[in-house]
Design a binder for this molecule. Sequence first.
Ligand code: PGA
Length: 252
Amino acid sequence: MTMKRLLIVGNWKMNGQLAANADLLGAILHPTPACDRVDMAVCVPAPYLAQAQLICQASALSWGGQDVSAHEQGAYTGEVSAAMLQDFKVRYVLVGHSERRQYHGESSSVVAAKAQRALAKGITPIVCVGETLQEREAGQTEDVVKRQLAAVIQQVGHCVSELVVAYEPVWAIGTGRTASPEQAQAVHALLRAQLNAATANAPSIRLLYGGSMNASNAASLLAQPDIDGGLVGGASLKPHDFLAIVAAAQAL
Ligand code: PGA
C-alpha cells in the first residue's frame, strides 16, 4: 500500500485527429471514472492541446505535451516552446522519450535542457529513461538509465523533486513484451536510490513504468514498491483499457 497518489499518463504518440480525440476523451470522462486516489493525464500531439484543454479543463484528467524545445524562442522551425505549452495550461510534458532519442538524435544533455525549460514555466517534465535490448543483454541497463537520469539531475539542481521519471525499457515499448514486475522494480529501485542521493524529497517523486502496460498487467506492475504509476502508449488509445489501468491504480 502506498501513500503516494499514483499517476497514470497516456501517451498518444502521433495518433488521433479531432473527431477521434473527442470520442476518446469523451469515453474516458463520461461517466466520470473513480479516480480520487489517482492522478491521470494524456499527452497529446501539439496541435490538439487546445482541444484537450477545452474538453478536459473541468475534469480530473490533465493534459500534457509529448516534447518541448530545449530553446526558449526564436529561429527553431517546427519546435514548440515551453511558453507555448504553458499557454495551453499543460500540466506535464514528456521529455526524452526513447522515440525522440532514437529517431531525433536527442542526447541526454538536450533532454536535460528540455526538462529545465519545462520547469522554468511551471510544467512538470516526465523524464523518460530506458535501455535497448542490446544494452540489457550486454549488462548495461544500470549504467544507461543512471547516465540518462544523471544528466537531468545535474541540470535541474534543487528542482529534482519536481520531476516525474518514467522507466521505459525500449524493448518493451509497443512490442507487447512487458518487463516483469520484478525486472521493472529492480530498475526503479536503482533510480530511486539515485534520486535519494540527489534530494531528501526522493520518496515523493513519482517513478512511472512504461512499455506495453495494459489492463491485464497493470495491477502487478503498480503493486511494486517503487512503481508509482504508468506511462501508457497503445492502451491509452482504447478508453476501456486506459480506464482499466486507472482502476487498477485506484484499487491499490
Ligand atoms: P506502449 O508505449 O505502451 O505502447 O508500449 C509506451 C510509451 O512509449 O510511452
